[in-house]
Design a protein around this ligand. Structure first.
Ligand code: G3P
Ligand code: CA
Length: 241
């Protein structure tokens, strides 16, 4: 069965990368969630996509310049004000504690700023181990040095490279960096690439798949999983299979 990962939670309907969006993804029946992590000024791992807080909160400035306490005062449901109460930017600890109450898988994307590389990996691994979630987490990044470093620190945790340009035999590349799977942009993985990867034993979880036609292509081919903003739509279509 092709698994469904909710991109930044159920972000088609709820404010991205918030506990509300993650919990609604679980309610929708998603198999997993995807989220993005960065470090605050005082080294808390927080769940937010952009380098800056401006797009997703009512604040302004770089995440790295906020202390965790300062960041928590911001409202990450800013754009959804009419339908939701205030939602803070979650710490990764908060999400991992919640994951202990369910069976969801979690794809943690390390945001690839040069500043956080070699700073975030060790505390990230420590937290995943502390919450005993090594078997349910997949660490991904566009910064492949970062995930290779994670693998060196914790070979028991799965890593997956993110990429958005066509690669020649990406399954060989994935194997070469000890990744059991890969997370390509759906546009750069035709069926032949997915089939060859699966046959080679490399799992494929394309992102960010929101159109019905594209979801059906991946269900038809038996792709490992895909990452979508709209888990409700994906689950509805999967029921037909
Ligand atoms: O994990 C896939 C996807 O989340 C990567 O792109 O920009 O949405 O983090 P982005
Ligand atoms: Ca992401």
């Amino acid at each position: 069965m092709t698994l469904i990962f909710a991109h930044r939670g159920y972000s088609a309907k709820y404010p991205e990368n918030t506990m509300k969006a993650f919990k609604e993804a679980e309610n929708a029946g998603a198999d997993g969630i995807e989220l993005d992590v960065q470090l605050t000024k005082d080294n808390e791992i927080v769940v937010i996509h952009d380098d800056k807080v401006d797009r997703t909160t009512n604040g302004s400035g770089f995440v790295k310049d906020f202390s965790f306490a300062e960041l928590r005062r911001l409202d990450a449901s800013y754009k959804h004000k009419t339908i939701l109460k205030k939602e803070p930017v979650p710490s990764l600890k908060e999400v991992l504690a919640w994951l202990q109450t369910n069976q969801l898988q979690c794809n943690i994307e390390i945001k690839s700023s040069a500043e956080s590389y070699m700073k975030i990996e060790e505390p990230l691994i420590e937290l995943i181990r502390e919450f005993a979630l090594t078997e349910r987490v997949i660490i991904s990044s566009f910064n492949h040095y970062s995930i290779v470093y994670c693998y060196r620190l914790a070979p028991e945790i799965e890593i997956a490279p993110l990429y958005h340009e066509g690669l020649y035999m990406p399954w060989v590349y994935a194997r070469s960096i000890k990744a059991k799977g890969m997370h390509p942009n759906f546009r750069v993985v035709p069926n032949e690439i997915i089939k060859a990867s699966l046959e080679f034993g490399i799992e494929v979880r394309p992102y960010t798949v929101n159109k019905e036609q594209e979801m059906r292509r991946l269900f038809d081919i038996g792709c490992t999983a895909f990452i979508t903003d709209d888990p409700v739509k994906a689950i509805k279509i999967r029921k037909e299979y």
